[in-house]
Design a protein around this ligand. Structure first.
Ligand code: TPP
Ligand code: MG
Length: 551
C-alpha cells in the first residue's frame, strides 16, 4: 500500500507491465501525469513530439515492430483528436496502443460549459473508435484499470484502447495497492474444429496457406504445417515475414495469383484474406466463391461471419496451427509436391514485375543494403506500393505496414517509433514527397532524441498515385495532384539532420551506404520525373493476370 497520486499509480502500473517508453506532449490537464513520468525517468523514457499525431504513430511503430504495447500521452480534446488517424490505423491493423489522456475537471464533465479542451463526449467518441475506453475516477482504481487496459489490448483480436483521467483526479492522492500484470493465455481451437480442418486438408490436392498479422508470432508452426502439406505460404503485407521470403514455399501476392487457378483449398491464418478477396477482383468481391474451399484460423469469432469459411477454427494461431500440424502428422497426410510449380510461378512473376521501374531497381538497392534483420516502413507511395508485392522480407515484424487503412503520412513518424524500439537495428523509412510532409517537422524529434532513422523521400513533385489515376481514368483532367515542394535537403539540414540526394538506383546505393555507416538521422531525396513510375497496381489488384482493367 502506498500513498500516491493517480498519476503516480498509473505510471507505476505501466512500469509493472514493462513499459519503457512513452511518446507524447504535455499540457495543463496532464501535468500531474508528466510529473509522475519525471519521477520515474530512470525507468520510462518520455519522447516529446512536435504534433500529437506523431506520438500515436510512433507508439504504433513501437508496437508493430516489437509485438509489445505502444503507449502515448496527449492532452484531451484537440490533443486526442490529433491522434485519430493513427488510432484508426492501429484499429485497422489490430495493434495494442494505449492512449493516455485527461478530461475537463470531474465536476465539469457532461455539463457542456465549454471548459478548456472540452469535447461534447470524449469518452463516447473514443469508445466509438477504439476497442475499449474507460475513465479513472480515483487513485485506488488506477492499477486495476491499467491491468484491464492491457488485457483489452492484448487478448482476442488486439487493438487500441484509451484511459482518460480527469484533470483534478490525476493529482488526487490516496492509499493505492499496486497489482501484478494479468497473464493472457493463448487459446487453441477445439479438438473437433481441428479434426474437421485436418479432414478438409486431407481431401485437398492443392492447398495454399495465407497468413496475416495474426500469425506473426506463429512462424515456426506455419512452416511446420506448410512443410507437412507441401503448401505455398502467401501473404499481402501484414503477414510478410511470418515465413522468410527465401523459404521455397513462401510466395508474394502476385505469385499466389499465378498459382490461384489450381488451388482447391485456402487455409487462412490470422488474416482477413484481404489480398485474395478484397484486393483482387478490383476490390469488388461481395461473396466468397464456392471454390476454392476455405479454412479460417482466427482468434476473432466475428471474422467467421464477415467472410464465412467452410471450416472455422477459432483460436490463437500459435497453439492452433501447432495442433493442426500435429494432427496431420499423426494422420500421415500425403501431398502433391508443388515446389516446382511454385518456383516456376516465382520466376514468371519476377520477370513480369521487373517492368515496374524505377521502383524495382530502387527496392533492389534497399534490400541489398538493409541487413536481414533491418526494418523497413512503407508508405502510400509508388515504391511503397511496389514493396508490398516485391520486397523480400526475412523476419517477422521487419516489414512495417499500416494495414488496410492505407493512411498517407503514417510512414515517417511510424518509422521513428520503430527505430526507438529497435535502436541497434537499421531502420529505413520509404516515403513520397506527399506523405513525408504530413509529419516532416518530426525531423526535430529525430534530432533531439538521436533517433538514427534513414528516410528515403521519393520526390516526383506530386501525389503521383492520384495524378496517374486522373491521367488514365479521367482523360488527363489533373486536379489537386501537383506539389510545389520545399528544398528537402535544406530543410533536413535546418533541422540538423544529414541530407543526401540521388538521381537513380546507383546514386541511391552510394548515399545509402554512407548513411548506414554514419548512423545518424538522415534524409535521402531521390529525384523522380513526374509521372515516370510504372504502375504497380496490376500486380496488387491482379489484372496483370486476369486481363481486367483497373476500375
Ligand atoms: C490520409 C490519406 N489521405 C489521402 C489519401 C489518398 N492518397 C493515396 S496515395 C496519395 C498520393 C501520395 O503521394 P506521395 O506521397 O507523393 O507518393 P507518390 O504516389 O507520388 O509516390 C494520396 C493523396 C490516403 N490514402 N490517405
Ligand atoms: Mg509524390
Amino acid at each position: 500500500m502506498a500513498h500516491i497520486s493517480t498519476g503516480q499509480a498509473v505510471v507505476e502500473s505501466l512500469i509493472r507491465h514493462g513499459v519503457d517508453t512513452v511518446f507524447g506532449m504535455p499540457g495543463a490537464q496532464t501535468y500531474d501525469l508528466f510529473d509522475a513520468f519525471y519521477e520515474a525517468r530512470k525507468k520510462i523514457k518520455v519522447i516529446l513530439v512536435r504534433h500529437e499525431q506523431a506520438a500515436a504513430y510512433m507508439a504504433f511503430g513501437y508496437a508493430r515492430s516489437t509485438g509489445k504495447v505502444g503507449v502515448f500521452c496527449v492532452v484531451p480534446g484537440p490533443g486526442v483528436l490529433n491522434t485519430m488517424a493513427a488510432l484508426c490505423t492501429a484499429h485497422g491493423a489490430n495493434q495494442p496502443l494505449l492512449c493516455l489522456t485527461s478530461e475537463v475537471p470531474s465536476d465539469f464533465i457532461g455539463k457542456g460549459r465549454r471548459h478548456l479542451h472540452e469535447l461534447p463526449d470524449q469518452l463516447g467518441s473514443l469508445r466509438s473508435l477504439l476497442k475499449w475506453a474507460e475513465q479513472i475516477d480515483q487513485p485506488q482504481d488506477a492499477p486495476a484499470m491499467v491491468n484491464e487496459a492491457f488485457v483489452q489490448m492484448q487478448s482476442g483480436r488486439p487493438g487500441p484502447v484509451s484511459l482518460q483521467i480527469p484533470w483534478d483526479t490525476l493529482g488526487a492522492t490516496g492509499e493505492v495497492d499496486l497489482l501484478d500484470p494479468i497473464k493472457i493465455p493463448r487459446i487453441s481451437g477445439t479438438r473437433s474444429e481441428i479434426r474437421a480442418a485436418a479432414e478438409l486438408i486431407s481431401q485437398s490436392k492443392m492447398p495454399m496457406i495465407y497468413v496475416g498479422g495474426g500469425a506473426l508470432h506463429a512462424g515456426e508452426e506455419v512452416i511446420r504445417l506448410a512443410e507437412i502439406i507441401g503448401a505455398p505460404v502467401a501473404s499481402f503485407r501484414s503477414g510478410r515475414g511470418v515465413v522468410s521470403d527465401d523459404h521455397p514455399l513462401t510466395v508474394m501476392l502476385p505469385v499466389a495469383a499465378e498459382l490461384w487457378e489450381e488451388i482447391d483449398l485456402v487455409i487462412g491464418v490470422g488474416s482477413r484474406l484481404e489480398g485474395l478477396y478484397m484486393r483482387w477482383n478490383m476490390m469488388q468481391w461481395q461473396e466468397r466463391p464456392r471454390e476454392p474451399k476455405v479454412i479460417r484460423i482466427d482468434i476473432d469469432p466475428k471474422e467467421m461471419k464477415y467472410w464465412p469459411p467452410d471450416q472455422a477454427v477459432v483460436g490463437d494461431a500459435k497453439p492452433t496451427v501447432g495442433a493442426l500440424a500435429a494432427e496431420l502428422e499423426k494422420r500421415g497426410v500425403r501431398y502433391q509436391n508443388q515446389t516446382e510449380r511454385i518456383s516456376k510461378a516465382k520466376s514468371r512473376v519476377c520477370e513480369a514485375i521487373h517492368s515496374v521501374q524505377p521502383q524495382i531497381a530502387l527496392l533492389e538497392v534497399i534490400r541489398e543494403i538493409l541487413p536481414r534483420d533491418g526494418f523497413i516502413t512503407g508508405e502510400m507511395t509508388q515504391v511503397g506500393f511496389t514493396s508490398q508485392v516485391a520486397f523480400p522480407v526475412y523476419e517477422p515484424r521487419t516489414y512495417v505496414t499500416c494495414g488496410h487503412q492505407d493512411t498517407l503520412g503514417y510512414g515517417f513518424p511510424t518509422a521513428l517509433g520503430v527505430k526507438v524500439a529497435n535502436p541497434d537495428k537499421i531502420v529505413i523509412s520509404i516515403t513520397g514527397d506527399g506523405g513525408f510532409q504530413f509529419a516532416i517537422q518530426e525531423l526535430a524529434t529525430a534530432k533531439q532524441f538521436n533517433i538514427n532513422l534513414i528516410t528515403i523521400v521519393f520526390n516526383n513533385s506530386g501525389y503521383g498515385n492520384v495524378r496517374r489515376d486522373q491521367e488514365t481514368r479521367f482523360g488527363g483532367r489533373v486536379i489537386g495532384a501537383d506539389l510545389v515542394n520545399p528544398d528537402f535537403l535544406a530543410l533536413a539540414r535546418a533541422y540538423g539532420v544529414q541530407g543526401y540526394r540521388a538521381q537513380d538506383a546507383d546514386g541511391l546505393r552510394e548515399v545509402l551506404r554512407v548513411a548506414v555507416v554514419k548512423d545518424e538521422p538522415a534524409v535521402i531525396e531521390v529525384i523522380l520525373e513526374t509521372g515516370s513510375e510504372v504502375s504497380p497496381w496490376p500486380f496488387i489488384l491482379r489484372d496483370a493476370f486476369t486481363g481486367n482493367t483497373v476500375v
